[in-house]
Design a binder for this molecule. Structure first.
Ligand code: GLC
Length: 492
């Protein structure tokens, strides 16, 4: 089959709106699919902060005022069109009822809490997306949804649109990026989003732990479910502390549930061409890396020390990411001759505890509490090691970026981390990173020590850097697997 029509739906897409790794995937995969000559279009919300001039958003007269009705309540959507930067992938940006004319994506920056009407916001977004297709008369073969924010689409297609001729034959794929966030709301919300209220009771399709659970609904209604690595797919089923109560349902999906490892968009994450780092470099000439390290440390007001390894962590500051274990290890880590940077936001209490070390060890440690994508590039480029001790990790992208940037990953043995990093052997002649012995502060200290010892053998270190920079996780292979799933699903 060639020339599939694929609609890709997401709540974040880089560079328009980024809250985490999801945004990298939702921009890279559509580009990769387009590369295989499929017709791919994207729809995302038009958040207030998206700069219309910078991204050349255009008005589409037909899409200026689209009535979107959910359970009798009509909101007006307006849709603009643009292209994903450096690509021919068309993207539509939807605001509806002013739901996205706000400064946060999911969280209100003022209250630091999720917007109370998040279920309705994304329900209207999803329905507006489907109405947009009708006005455009563009009927996709596949609608590929991502996480709970787009979970309404598989449900609506098989419920409120079940007799709509336009929607006939459209197949839905749902990708789970992280089961930590399942889209859980009070059961009363069902009415507002036009979900069958009888299914929000014990045993119902949308019911879990006393709540309306959007991910569960999407699993029921989608034609195929994927997640972002093979190991995570297995862990979801085998270990309830990772599957969060959805493992059994996914197991029942049988061959309609698969793990496909995320790829990397090397046009964005490549130290030889990176626009966000002051000194580009490659495995032939690594000198720029040290210059980036100086620039990075200077940016953070830290002194550059020759022959002192810099260990970084870019992540949500949560216990899922094992950052509490890093905190436990801090006294010992700060006793070592290393420097350390943590970049990210999250659990307030944990951030506060880590922050104490900026006073205790000012020239050794910084925590940079924001999420800034450009800074993430500089940290990858300027660091020697990258620490990622997650308790579970659907895929994880920064460990893969680290490989390309010659920054040795130190990771736990879970999910996508397990699928992308291979432990160095005794002589460090093979392997691409250091795998933690177990999930503990001691294991983190031991791994950083092992990394530091290798770092102090410059010849060996360079050999390792060159080896890991040659690793290739480009999207091609994974995109082919998605295409295969689309084709299989359409053939049913
Ligand atoms: C989520 C997951 C992360 C994954 C990303 C993209 O952020 O936590 O592991 O890499 O989605 O799929």
């Amino acid at each position: 089959m060639d020339n599939l029509k694929i609609l890709y739906l997401a709540s974040e897409v880089s560079p328009f709106a980024i809250a985490g790794g999801l945004a990298d995937v939702t921009s890279a995969l559509p580009k990769a699919l387009k590369g295989f000559n499929h017709e791919v279009r994207l729809i995302i919300p038009k958040y207030k902060f998206i700069n219309e001039r910078k991204y050349v958003l255009r008005e589409v007269i037909r899409l200026r005022e689209i009535p979107v009705t959910i359970n009798g309540k009509t909101e007006i959507a307006s849709v603009k069109s643009a292209f994903l930067p450096d690509s021919k992938v068309q993207i539509y940006l939807v605001d509806v009822g002013g739901f996205f004319n706000r400064s946060g994506i999911y969280i209100d920056p003022k209250t630091k809490k999720p917007y109370p009407d998040n279920a309705e916001r994304f329900a209207y977004f999803s329905k507006a997306a489907l109405e947009t297709l009708k006005i455009l008369s563009w009927q996709p073969d596949i609608i590929h949804c991502n996480d709970w924010q787009t979970s309404f689409v598989p449900v609506y297609i098989k419920t409120v649109y079940q007799n709509d001729p336009f929607m006939q034959g459209i197949k839905t794929i749902f990708t789970i990026h992280n089961l930590t966030e399942q889209g859980e709301f009070e059961p009363e919300v069902a009415e507002k989003i036009e979900f069958d209220q009888s299914q929000v009771k014990e045993g119902g399709m949308f019911y879990k732990d006393g709540k309306l659970n959007l991910t569960k609904g999407a699993i029921h209604f989608s034609d195929f479910i994927t997640t972002v690595s093979e190991t995570y797919a297995n862990e979801i089923i085998d270990d309830d502390s990772i599957g969060f109560g959805l493992g059994k349902l996914l197991e029942e999906k049988g061959e309609k549930f698969e793990g496909i490892l995320n790829g990397v968009d090397y046009s964005v994450w490549n130290p030889a061409t990176d626009k966000f780092i002051p000194h580009t470099y490659s495995s032939e000439d690594l000198s720029g890396k040290e210059e980036n390290k100086k620039a990075l440390l200077m940016r953070l007001g830290m002194e550059y020390k020759e022959n002192t390894p810099l260990v970084s962590l870019i992540s949500k500051i949560t216990s899922q990411k094992g950052v509490d274990l890093v905190h436990e290890a801090m006294d010992q880590l700060m006793d070592m001759d290393i420097q350390m940077i943590i970049h990210g936001d999250g659990d307030r209490a944990l951030v506060k505890k880590l922050n104490e070390y900026t006073t205790k060890a000012p020239d050794k440690f910084r925590i940079n509490v924001t999420f800034d994508d450009k800074m993430a590039h500089l940290i990858e480029a300027g660091s020697d090691m990258y620490l990622f001790p997650s308790r579970y990790e659907p895929c994880g992208l920064n460990q893969i970026y680290s490989l390309k940037y010659g920054t040795l990953p130190i990771v736990s043995q879970v999910g996508g981390l397990f699928d992308t990093v291979e432990d160095l052997d005794e002589a460090a002649e093979e392997g691409t990173g250091i795998i933690l012995e177990d999930l503990s502060a001691e294991a983190i200290v031991a791994a950083v020590k092992r990394g530091a010892e290798l770092y102090h053998q410059p010849e060996k270190w360079q050999e390792i850097q060159k080896r890991i920079m040659a690793e290739d996780f480009s999207w091609e292979l994974s995109a082919k697997r998605y295409i295969d799933i689309y084709e299989r699903t359409l053939a049913e």
